[in-house]
Write a protein that binds this ligand. Structure first.
Ligand code: EPU
Length: 317
């Protein structure tokens, strides 16, 4: 029997040996399920947690030199990793978690979680960013996806964002970020490292926002938040429910009974099951409403990071 002596996976791990010399720590063969709020995902060859922005830049640059694919993971709350092993390097922003609260602004690194950010601001009775209450994930991910409620987004509070372009870190203003509903142009940069968020706006009632979320969303379940963007002024959840899919289940993955724009991992779901449900939802909603739902979450296709927008056939299921 032919036995492959050097699998691409093993080759990638050895190409990433430079990581041990950088300022941070590295885990080999790390299960991505442990870093995803969906709790799904197979192992990645290298999982690197830089302690400084400089180490992140060096890791990215060195990985590119040895032609190893790289992706950055914040809170893992808006992403569907694949079941298969990934011959790649994941950079976790977990340790890039400094923040500095000033009079009118907070300077925050990308790896700070939304919960940490709000908790620090609450110590000073500052509630201007409370429209983010209850959001999972980190500041970096929230900026890229312009997270928030339907009416208030993190982009509204941005004064500057620190991005990595080529090999240098730069601060850019709000205009080039091109924030829109659940979108921005920030993913075009190599990385988002931090932001200055304005604290001089109106305060919000975080408790009230949280209790609305608790009443209408499956908080506490293993989900990635809303899976699809709302098309125009309609709720994707409503469209999915009307198409008869609430509670639809494949294996251990199910469309939430509470809010149809959430897919829950009931325990031990595979990424492929969630992916199948996504395809079925898009097909059925298209057939029923003639509306093509666009993904809000990022779906990895193989080991490349691409938002996969399957094309509905328009035919019967
Ligand atoms: N609805 C249904 N069935 C459902 C879900 C919702 O009929 O299964 C109806 C509701 O009854 C309501 C309407 O649709 O009349 C809107 O629902 P909801 O208030 O839950 O808001 P949403 O549009 O579904 C959006 C954001 C949420 C955010 C909430 C509250 C998107 C895709 N979703 O949900 O954001 O928390 O408003 O501001 O923009 C997220 O982005 O991950 C997310 C959870």
């Amino acid at each position: 029997m032919y036995v492959e002596r050097h699998s691409p996976y093993a080759e990638v791990s050895s190409a990433l040996s430079f990581l041990t010399r950088l300022d941070g720590d590295v885990l080999w063969n790390e299960p991505l399920a442990a870093h995803s709020t969906f709790c799904v995902g197979g192992p990645v060859a290298g999982w690197f947690r830089p302690r400084t922005s400089a180490a992140l830049v060096e890791a990215m640059t060195s990985a590119e030199r040895v032609a190893v694919p790289v992706f950055i993971v914040g809170g893992g709350s808006n992403v569907l990793f694949p079941d298969e092993r990934m011959p790649a390097m994941a950079i976790s922003t977990e340790r890039l978690d400094d923040m500095n609260v000033g009079k009118d602004e907070v300077l925050v690194q990308c790896g700070v979680s939304i919960a940490q950010l709000l908790a620090r601001l609450h110590e000073q009775d500052r509630h201007q960013l409370d429209f983010l209450a209850g959001l999972p994930g980190t500041v970096g991910g929230a900026l890229i996806g312009n997270a928030g409620t339907v009416d208030h987004w993190i982009g509204d509070a941005v004064s500057k964002v620190q991005v990595l372009s080529e090999a240098s870190l730069n601060w850019i203003g709000v205009k080039p970020c091109r924030f829109g509903y659940r979108t921005s142009d920030l993913a075009k940069w190599r990385a988002v490292l931090g932001a200055k968020l304005r604290l001089n706006g109106e305060p919000f009632d975080g408790e009230q926002i949280l209790s609305c979320r608790r009443a209408s969303q499956p908080i506490g379940a293993k989900t990635a938040g809303c899976v699809f963007k709302n098309p125009d002024d309609r709720s994707a959840g409503w469209l999915i429910e009307e198409a008869g899919l609430k509670g639809y289940q494949q294996g251990k993955a199910r469309i939430s009974q509470k809010h149809a724009n959430f897919i829950e991992n009931l325990g031990g779901a595979r990424s492929a099951e969630i992916r199948n449900i996504i395809d079925i939802v898009r097909e059925k909603v298209y057939k029923f409403h003639r509306v093509l739902l666009e993904l809000e979450i990022e779906v990895f296709d193989g080991w490349t990071r691409e938002v996969v927008q399957a094309k509905p056939s328009g035919g019967d299921l």
